[in-house]
Design a protein around this ligand. Sequence first.
Ligand code: SF4
Length: 395
Amino acid sequence: MTKAPGPADASDPKVYGWCPGALRPMMSGDGLVLRIRAPQGRLSQDQARAIASLSERFGNGLIDLSARANLQLRGITADSYPALIAALQDLGLVDHDSAAEARRNVILTPLWQPEDISHRIATQLEQALRDAQDLSLPGKFGFVVDAGESPRLRDCAGDIRIEASGAELLLLADGADYGKVVSAKTAAKAALDLARWFLQQGGAPEGRGRMQPLIARRGPPTSHITPRRTSTPSPMIGHCAIGQLVGLEFGQITAQALATLAEQGALRLTPWRMLLVEGARDLTARHLPGLILDARDPRLRVSACTGAPGCLQALSATRDLARDLARFVPEGQLLHVSGCAKGCAHPGPAPLVLTATAPDTFALIHHGKAGDQPLRVSLRADALRAAPQILTEGS
Ligand code: SF4
């Protein structure tokens, strides 16, 4: 097992360049964090029930849903880790080979239908990545398969994308506006070829790097000449063709709530802080306490990272404040409350940002990222609760 990182310098967020994978867990303030990268982003009812039970038995009963549609079990102890991994391998949720597990970093659109083009390509791509033993990609390097009629995953991070573009299917390097036309048969191989091109072009010196900076430096391969078309926004909480989308406050669910949800149907993991319950039509908050079933719920207007004490780098708790301020965030806006300047919960700019600088003390940023120049500093959490209009003054 990789040695877990120690406590960080409070003022300087560390960039580890890798994520807490199942076979390479990361130490956090509440124990090890272990990521489950479910094949095709789907959990059968039995798998979801089993994860809930394992989280309670080996962890602290809290499960995160990441922006890459992975589950993260929190609060794992080093002693319980081997038994937990063995159980997840038995469930078919973790590869036996750690390198294959690391390469298999694919987000499939949650709106796939069995054997449709997205599902077939993602299945082929996952297997091709397992088999590509010569391919050594950076830990965060990932693929997105979004080949349905209108792409929904444009806002979802991915280095190589296979995406519908009008009547065509495009292979795209992240950061490029032009791609290469591929077919359902050739897409998976072409994606691996593009990953090899990324390495050959020096995209990952010392094993770290992402596609976007490489494309900014030298542009996409010369065969990428077909323009990318527009996409459709991500779906809202509620019904869709596959079932019902339910929201998770701050992208987190308790083991108990996951077990309850598993009784309703198989689950698809999404990168939108939502779970898609296959075949569900009439889930209500009465059945699912703590979950978000109304697209107008103010909690959807805030995002907040784990914060203190769950994250070793956090300078303050975040989620209680975000919850208290949610109803004061104007509709159509987003408040991002970050435990440090790293901004994990919302790496891009947000209209309103509170970045912790000390316990219960925040800097306010308008239209920026967590590490950007603040408009105001030294705002106490209690003062923000007492006068939430501070958030929007001057915007
Ligand atoms: S942004 Fe939040 S979760 Fe990320 S390192 Fe900072 S405190 Fe931790």
